[in-house]
Design a protein around this ligand. Structure first.
Ligand code: SAH
Length: 267
């Protein structure tokens, strides 16, 4: 962990967790509370921004999607470097974990290249948080030995999409981020690559929040069930035998209304 030096400032790349504000780490919250500047993304809960001290600067760096033009990213990079060079404590707050489909790696690279001290504070990534909140054991000894976390951002029919469908079809569980738009063709590709059409699958939207929605269905009917339920982003798609344990676990899970209140989670 680099020491804070008021001559040169510091940037902390902090994971905000999967949605509910009380799922940030203790370290992440402590850094947020003493930050001079917080630069935050669209999926960060407002209850976390409310934790900053009076007078802290708030910079909204919202964008939806992993690979949208670079201009905004360059602006974010410049803000991080310029504020740190003013000798400030900067928190770069990102949904989930900063380095899981969150460009934390690129920002860290930029900071390193500009000689700015930084640290990375992990967060609960959506795959982990959403499965916990939906009563899906992401691994189960009886349901295989591997998990793949993948981005479904790119059109499966485009050259930008480099997913190896055959390799994915051999994984025990697959969690697709940013895949809602292409859900039908994602499922088709996986079935064509060898996954059974009956493979248990689920879509989890607004995971860990009171507005959480879970749709579960065999893989070949998941897209239709998701459309029928009117599910909107942000959502992850979870595919694999582990999803089949949900009904067994669900009986004892609290209902959404028992989830902690989003605002004032730390009072
Ligand atoms: N760094 C983040 C991922 C950012 S990419 C992490 O580690 O979780 C953004 C994608 O994450 C969304 O398109 C969606 O697929 C997923 N996501 C983020 N928050 C979510 C939530 N509360 N519920 C469901 N999916 C979510």
């Amino acid at each position: 962990m680099p020491e804070f030096d008021p001559q040169i400032g510091i940037v902390s790349l902090v994971g905000a967790g999967p949605g509910s504000p009380d799922l940030i780490t203790v370290r992440g919250l402590a850094l947020l509370r003493r930050a001079d500047v917080v630069v935050y993304d669209a999926l960060v809960h407002p209850g976390l921004i409310a934790e900053t001290r009076p007078g802290a600067e708030h910079v909204y760096a919202g964008k939806r999607g992993y690979c949208v033009g670079s201009t905004l990213q360059e602006t974010i990079n410049d803000v991080l470097v310029s504020r740190a060079r003013q000798g400030l404590r900067v928190v770069r707050l990102k949904g989930g974990d900063p380095c899981v489909f969150g460009r934390g790696g690129e920002e860290a690279e930029y900071l390193a290249g500009h000689g700015v001290p930084f640290e990375i504070v992990p967060g609960i990534t959506t795959a982990v948080g959403a499965c916990a909140a939906a009563s899906i054991p992401l691994t189960h000894r009886a349901a295989g030995q591997s998990i793949a976390l993948v981005t479904g951002h790119f059109d499966p029919d485009s050259r930008e999409c480099t997913l190896d469908w055959a390799a994915l079809a051999r994984m025990s569980s697959i969690v697709v981020y940013m895949g809602l738009r292409h859900i039908e063709r994602l499922a088709d590709r996986l079935i064509a690559a060898g996954l059974s059409p009956d493979t248990p699958a689920a879509v989890i939207a607004n995971a860990t929040l009171p507005s959480q929605v879970v749709v579960d269905s065999p893989l070949d009917r998941l897209a239709a069930a998701t459309h029928a339920a009117g599910v909107r982003a942000p959502a992850v798609i979870v595919i694999g035998e582990a999803v089949g344990y949900r009904p067994k676990l669900l009986g004892s899970a609290p209902s959404a209304s028992l989830l902690p209140e989003s605002q004032g989670a730390f009072e």
